[in-house]
Ligand binder design. Structure first.
Ligand code: PRP
Ligand code: URA
Length: 207
C-alpha cells in the first residue's frame, strides 16, 4: 500500500546524529528509542476512536478513547529490539512478539532462528527493524507472519534502500511501510548508503 516517510524535523535531526560514526552506543540507543516514539505517533495516527461517557470534576462528557484490539509489536532480532521501548511507551498495552533472524554474511540471505507471536491473530502487527537493505529480512518476516494467520501488518524502519523498499512493496503490497529516510542505495556488501552502519552492532556495542 503506502510508504510514509516521516520527515518531521525532530526525526531527521535525531537520525543525523545516529548516522554519525562518532555517536556512542548509549546515545545511539537513546535516539533510536526517541525516534521510535515519534514514528509511533505517525503509525498510530489512523487508529479508530470510540466514545465513552466520563465525568470530569465539572460535568459529564463523551470522551474519545482508542477502540479495538491490542497491537502487537514484532521486532526482527536483534536490531528491531531497539525500537520496541519507544513504541511500548506510547502503547503500554501492546503485546510484543519476537522474530529471530540474521542475515548470512556471505549470501546476505536471512536465516530464521526464533519465532514467537501471540496466539490471537486478529490484531495489527507492527514489525520493527531499523534497516531495510535488500528487503530480504522484512519480506521473510512478513511472509512468516502471514503464514501464521496475521492479516493486518505494518512495517517500521529507520532507513531503507530504494531497491529494498521496492522488493518489499512488490512482495507485500498490502503492507504500509513507515520510514525516517529513503537512502541512496547499497554497497557491494549490501549495506545501506549512506546508512548508519550495522544497526545491531551499534545498538548493542558488539563491534
Ligand atoms: C540487519 C538488519 C535487518 C537486516 C537488513 O540485521 O537489522 O534485519 O540486516 O538486511 P536485508 O534487508 O538485506 O535483509 P542483521 O542480520 O545484521 O542481524 P542483527 O540485527 O542481529 O545484527
Ligand atoms: N544491516 C545493517 O545493520 N545495516 C545495513 O546497512 C544493512 C544491513
Amino acid at each position: 500500500m503506502a510508504v510514509h516517510i516521516i520527515d518531521h524535523p525532530l526525526v531527521q535531526h535525531k537520525l543525523s546524529i545516529m548516522r554519525n560514526k562518532e555517536t556512542s552506543t548509549i546515545k545511539f540507543r537513546e535516539l533510536l528509542k526517541e525516534i521510535s516514539m515519534l514514528m509511533g505517533y505517525e503509525i498510530t495516527k489512523d487508529f479508530p476512536l470510540t466514545y465513552e461517557e466520563i465525568e470530569t470534576p465539572l460535568m459529564k462528557m463523551n470522551a474519545p478513547k482508542i477502540e479495538g484490539k491490542k497491537v502487537v509489536i514484532a521486532p526482527i532480532l536483534r536490531a528491531g529490539l531497539g525500537m520496541v521501548e519507544g513504541l511500548t511507551t506510547l502503547i503500554p498495552s501492546a503485546r510484543v512478539g519476537h522474530i529471530g533472524m540474521y542475515r548470512d554474511e556471505e549470501t546476505c540471505l536471512p536465516v530464521f532462528y526464533y519465532y514467537k507471536m501471540p496466539k490471537t491473530k486478529d490484531r495489527l502487527v507492527i514489525v520493527t527493524d531499523p534497516m531495510l537493505a535488500t528487503g530480504g529480512s522484512a519480506i521473510d518476516a512478513i511472509t512468516r507472519l502471514k503464514n501464521d494467520g496475521f492479516t493486518s501488518i505494518r512495517m517500521m524502519s529507520l532507513v531503507a534502500s530504494p531497491q529494498g523498499l521496492k522488493a518489499v512493496q512488490e512482495k507485500h503490497p498490502d503492507v504500509d511501510i513507515y520510514l525516517a529516510s529513503l537512502d541512496e542505495g547499497l554497497n557491494e556488501k549490501n549495506y545501506i548508503l549512506p546508512g548508519l552502519g550495522d544497526a545491531g552492532d551499534r545498538i548493542f556495542g558488539t563491534k
